[in-house]
Design a protein around this ligand. Structure first.
Ligand code: GLA
Length: 380
């Protein structure tokens, strides 16, 4: 990838670029909890975005995306937003950096990535974090990694229409090889957990589908949670987020909120507890409990939060039938991957059987990715 980027960079912009990279992410457990002030448990992966960048002494930014085979430019001195959707991420990162007091001088960049788009592995967070980190470094802004993560998150909110939480950009900015990170999304306290489950492997099965309207459904889930939290807050003023709520408090407002908002909130409150249970289980080396919690999360995401799809449900239930330790859909939902915790001895049989059954049922192939927990945003 580096050679391809460099070849293109030389032909378009000449010598003198600097390389930066940032990663996509997986999440062991804690789904749709981030924007509810709950815990998440992600890690950066060995797939990401790489860019070669050089300041050009003007206010204009010139970009080339290898993967879209497309050129875009925008002038930071004007309000015009680029029309290419991929360039909007970079544009948003520039603007959000400026909003936090950072300088952004015009630059030239060529970039490429190997996070499969739409697989729920946060290719957009990798792109945002790569540029947020690079622009901070090149302009000597000295923003914190939290600021860089927030720059990516606000880019999604303000330029891409997704009201996402902080998990993806956090993982992409804070990731460390071999470590998962438990993040409390309310206080932003975090702790690294070495993740090297002896006798098990983590594997992703990519459904290779991305259902339409995923972004608008995501925003609607968030609104449901906010309505439920607001209703509970009337009785319990200390509640800031759904993650602060006891299950009993949700029952108190059952007749005041819609049935739909109720089951969304029910899922979130259960999921916040599951992350803590998984942390305890990990500290005991109890992977059977970790796996069981993953299945419970899948059930909740599918039946209560309703962000799964037939392809994901099929893969999770195939894993269950084959006695895989844990399996669940990962990320925002409506397509993308399942994350599976599989005993070494079952790995070959599980992946080959799931692939064959999936092809038979849906008429197209899934993809298999072995997960390597890797470093986040960095200069190369
Ligand atoms: C997407 C969002 C994250 C998070 C997950 C679900 O990946 O970008 O902020 O909400 O969905 O856990």
């Amino acid at each position: 990838m580096k050679n391809r980027i460099h070849g293109k960079f030389l032909s378009l912009f000449g010598e003198g670029g600097v390389f930066y990279a940032a990663a996509g992410r997986v999440n062991l457990i804690g789904e749709h909890t981030d924007y509810n002030g709950g815990y998440v448990f992600p890690g950066a992966i060995d797939k990401g975005v790489m860019a070669e960048i050089k300041p050009n002494g003007t206010t204009v930014t010139r970009l080339f995306s290898i993967d879209f085979d497309e050129y875009a430019e925008f002038d930071l001195a004007s309000d015009a937003v680029p029309s290419q959707h991929w360039a909007r991420y970079v544009y948003g990162v520039c603007r959000e950096t400026e909003k936090r007091g950072g300088k952004v001088a015009g630059f030239d960049a060529v970039f490429s990535g190997d996070v499969p788009a739409g697989a729920g592995l946060s290719s957009s967070a990798a792109l945002e974090s790569c540029f947020a980190f690079a622009l901070d470094d090149l302009n000597g802004n000295g923003l914190s990694r939290f600021d860089l993560a927030r720059i990516g998150q606000s880019t999604e909110h303000n330029y891409c229409g997704v009201k996402c939480g902080i998990m993806d950009q956090f993982a992409s900015c804070f990731g460390k090889a071999g470590q998962l990170i438990r993040l409390d999304c309310k206080t932003l306290e975090y702790k690294y957990f070495p993740f090297n489950p002896e006798g098990y492997r983590l594997v992703l099965l990519d459904t290779c589908v991305k259902h339409k309207l995923a972004d608008s459904a995501y925003n609607k889930r968030r609104e449901s949670c906010e309505r439920a939290a607001a209703a509970i807050r009337k009785n319990h003023p200390e509640v800031e987020f759904l993650s602060d709520c006891k299950r009993l408090w949700l029952d108190e407002v059952r007749s005041e909120i819609s049935g739909e908002d109720f089951i969304r909130a029910e899922y979130v409150i259960g999921e916040v507890q599951r992350v803590l249970d998984v942390c305890d289980a990990l500290e005991r080396g109890d992977y059977e409990t970790v796996g069981e919690m993953m299945y419970q999360t899948h059930f909740g995401l599918s039946r209560l939060y309703e962000v799964s799809c037939p392809e994901l449900d099929f893969l999770a239930s195939t894993a269950r039938r084959m006695e895989v330790t844990g399996s669940r859909m990962m990320g925002g939902g409506f397509g993308g991957c399942t994350i599976n915790l599989v005993k070494n001895e079952l790995y070959d049989k599980f992946t080959s059987t799931a692939a064959a059954l999936y092809r038979e049922k849906f008429g197209h192939d899934l993809k298999i990715y072995d997960v390597v927990i890797s470093d986040g945003a960095r200069k190369l």
